[in-house]
Write a protein of this length. Structure first.
Length: 172
């Protein structure tokens, strides 16, 4: 996944960081994870587990607002799944610089959030819409932006070879 210029973070992330500053603190940068069966087994199990334990519901249904990023309490939308997976994988020993929140556009045009796992074998996607952990290029998405691997509060546009207008207002 090739990243480019700096871009604004999603507003939902900015508000999340205001409410959870410890979870958005600058992290130590590490090399991409070594891609091996042990790592992929851990990631696949956690991806499936989180996807099964959270009921998909919109922020409007849960909180009465169009966008609200938070750790889920039994229900949530795409970015809530991402935050939970990121937290649990970090607790399992994966550096936050290898767990990057990523904003994509679905085929239907809607924004969506996924978690990118950086490895020495490429970037892999954990998604609440798919139980499989896939290489980013094997997903059906147009990639818009993601957190920088050097600072969680800096975001970068993604250059995926398609002509895309990137909007700073895309939140999930």
């Amino acid at each position: 996944m090739k990243v480019g210029l700096a871009i604004k973070s999603p507003i939902g992330y900015t508000v999340f960081c205001t409410n959870n500053p410890v979870d958005c603190a600058k992290f130590d940068v590490s090399s991409p994870m070594k891609l091996d069966p042990v790592l992929m087994n851990l990631v696949a199990r956690l991806n499936t587990s989180v996807n099964l334990k959270i009921k998909a519901r919109s922020d409007a249904e849960i909180y009465g607002v169009p966008e609200y990023w938070t750790y889920p309490d039994g229900a949530g939308d795409c970015e809530d799944y991402v935050l939970e997976k990121r937290r649990l994988l970090h607790q399992a020993g994966i550096a936050l610089s290898n767990l990057l929140i990523t904003v994509v556009r679905q085929a239907n045009g809607e924004g969506h959030a996924v978690l990118t796992l950086r490895t020495d074998g490429g970037d892999f996607i954990l998604d609440n819409l798919d139980w499989r952990v896939k290489h980013w290029s094997d997903t059906p998405y147009v990639y818009l932006k993601r957190q920088s691997e050097t600072d969680p509060n800096h975001w970068q546009a993604i250059e995926d070879g398609q002509q895309v207008t990137v909007s700073a207002s895309v939140a999930r």
